[in-house]
Design a binder for this molecule. Sequence first.
Ligand code: FES
Length: 96
Amino acid sequence: MADFCTISFPGSDFLPISLECHQSLSEHLTIQNSPVLFGCRTGICGTCLVEVIGDIPPPQPDEQEMLETLVANHAHVRLACQLELTGNVLIRRLEG
Ligand code: FES
C-alpha cells in the first residue's frame, strides 16, 4: 500500500486533497482543486508562492535563491511548483 499525504488549504473554501506521497504538487494542484496559482511551473516566475506548514524537505539551492529574491525572511514561504510531497501539509496562498 502506498502512503498517502494530505494537503489542506486553511482559510480557503477548498477541501483537503489526499495524494500518494512523493508526488509533485505542480502535477496535481489545479485551479479547480486548490487556491494555488501556477505560472511557469519550473521555479522561475514566483506566481506559486505559498506559505507551507508541514513536513517537507528544505528548498534546493535554486528554489532558495528565488525565495530570497521574492521574500525576505519568511521561514515557511515556498514555491508550490517545486514541492514534493513527503508528509501532510497546510498550504496558504500569500495575500498578494
Ligand atoms: S509556477 Fe512559476 S515559480 Fe512556481
